[in-house]
Design a binder for this molecule. Structure first.
Ligand SMILES: [Fe+2]
Ligand SMILES: [Fe+2]
Length: 167
């Protein structure tokens, strides 16, 4: 079964060269938010940011590409610590360096990646697109971490509702 982004030719045209790389595919080996891999999370942030950018007349291509690369790092953030600063501060910089090895980034794409932890880090985004990606990133993180719980609530609701109906 194809998922929504795979059936959006414009979106695919923006990211297919990146998706084909081993560096991006390797993100599938890391758990990101309890119930998602880092690759699933990155695609989700990328596609949802792309759609929002289109709705708000932003640069959809920059959101798609930088959104996909915003977490391009290869360590377990729950266990790895850095002397240079917190995970929130360090990993966007590592992701940006890794991304620059894969593709040329413009100023907006760099800002999107570096500032995607805005809120946990201080420097504010310079572009509307960076605000889109940082908001979508937080939204996706919550969704991915709590998905089974919302499924459980749905199940409980259905069974309770059905029981009441059959009484
Ligand atoms: Fe991140
Ligand atoms: Fe993220």
């Amino acid at each position: 079964m194809k998922i929504a982004w795979q059936e959006d030719p414009e979106y695919v045209s923006y990211v297919e060269d990146l998706l084909e790389t081993q560096e991006v595919q390797k993100l599938g080996e890391f758990v990101q938010h309890r119930h998602s891999t880092r690759l699933e999370h990155s695609i989700s942030v990328s596609y949802n940011s792309y759609k929002l950018a289109k709705r708000f007349n932003g640069d959809a291509k920059a959101c798609a590409r930088a959104g996909l690369l915003h977490d391009l790092f290869y360590y377990d953030w729950r266990t790895t610590k850095f002397d240079e600063g917190t995970h929130a501060y360090v990993h966007p910089r590592i992701a940006c360096k890794n991304a620059e090895k894969l593709t040329e980034l413009n100023d907006m794409e760099k800002d999107i990646i570096i500032k995607h932890m805005f809120g946990a880090t201080i420097a504010p985004p310079r572009y509307k697109e960076s605000y889109i990606v940082t908001m979508v990133d937080k939204y996706c993180a919550v969704q991915e971490a709590s998905l089974p719980m919302s499924e459980r609530i749905k199940h409980r609701w259905n069974t309770t509702f059905k029981k009441k109906q059959s009484v």
